[in-house]
Design a protein around this ligand. Structure first.
Ligand code: SF4
Ligand code: SF4
Length: 215
């Protein structure tokens, strides 16, 4: 297996995409006078799956900055998370378990947290490649604000996610190369990304040491 490694340029581009996501979010949150302050909920226990090698590799850039002991502690928590998820799913329930990166309400890898962690909360919309538009109403608290202030949800300010998602897809294409369609699809929780280690893909046949002996 060969580790999927982000170049400096791609790391820079991901950082810019994430920053723009945050400023788009902040703008809408300001316009709606919405914040997470005082919320009885903590969205870090929401069950989300993530779909790119890009975000997986970027998350690990952050993990590697932590002391080894902390990394091991995280991985242990991630194992426990996976176990509890399986138990919830066996009961036919949607898992609601605190993310292993959350320590006392704070994200341990705040600068490396994933896209959904940066966008969940305020209303947003997104155009899919097939042309269909998806609308996200925001979290329950934000929906209450929108209902109070606007006659119809569509009048509320929202984040347009499409251009930034397209840039993230472009990073994924550059990272994975032209054989992107041959690699296993990513569909993982953060806990699974931690336990599996940094992303790795099968070594291409032409790069295997045993391939030379066949020449
Ligand atoms: S996004 Fe909404 S539900 Fe989640 S913590 Fe913030 S205010 Fe609460
Ligand atoms: S990565 Fe951080 S922000 Fe995202 S769910 Fe986990 S603790 Fe929360």
């Amino acid at each position: 297996m060969k580790e999927v490694v982000l170049s400096k340029e791609l790391i820079g581009e991901i950082g810019r995409i994430y920053k723009e996501m945050e400023s788009g979010y902040d703008e809408v949150a300001r316009a709606l006078k919405f914040s997470c302050d005082g919320c009885p909920d903590n969205c870090c226990d929401s069950y989300f799956l993530h779909h790119t090698y890009t975000e997986w590799a970027y998350l690990w850039e952050g993990v590697r900055e932590l002391a080894e002991e902390k990394q091991l502690e995280l991985i242990e928590r991630a194992r426990q998370y996976i176990l509890e998820c399986a138990q919830a799913e066996a009961r036919d329930e949607r898992p609601q378990i605190m993310c292993p990166l959350n320590e006392q309400g704070r994200c341990l890898l705040y600068t490396h947290r994933l896209m959904v962690c940066r966008t969940h909360g305020v209303p947003a919309s997104m155009r899919r490649p097939d042309g269909q538009t998806l609308n996200f109403p925001g979290c329950f608290r934000c929906q209450k604000i929108v209902k109070k202030k606007f006659v119809h949800d569509s009048q509320a300010p929202h984040v347009e996610r499409t251009p930034l998602l397209q840039r993230l897809v472009a990073v994924e294409r550059e990272l994975m190369g032209e054989k992107i369609h041959l690699y296993p699809r990513v569909k993982l929780t953060i806990a699974q990304m931690l336990v599996k280690g940094p992303p790795a893909i099968p070594t291409p046949h032409c790069e295997r040491s045993d391939s030379k002996s066949n020449v």
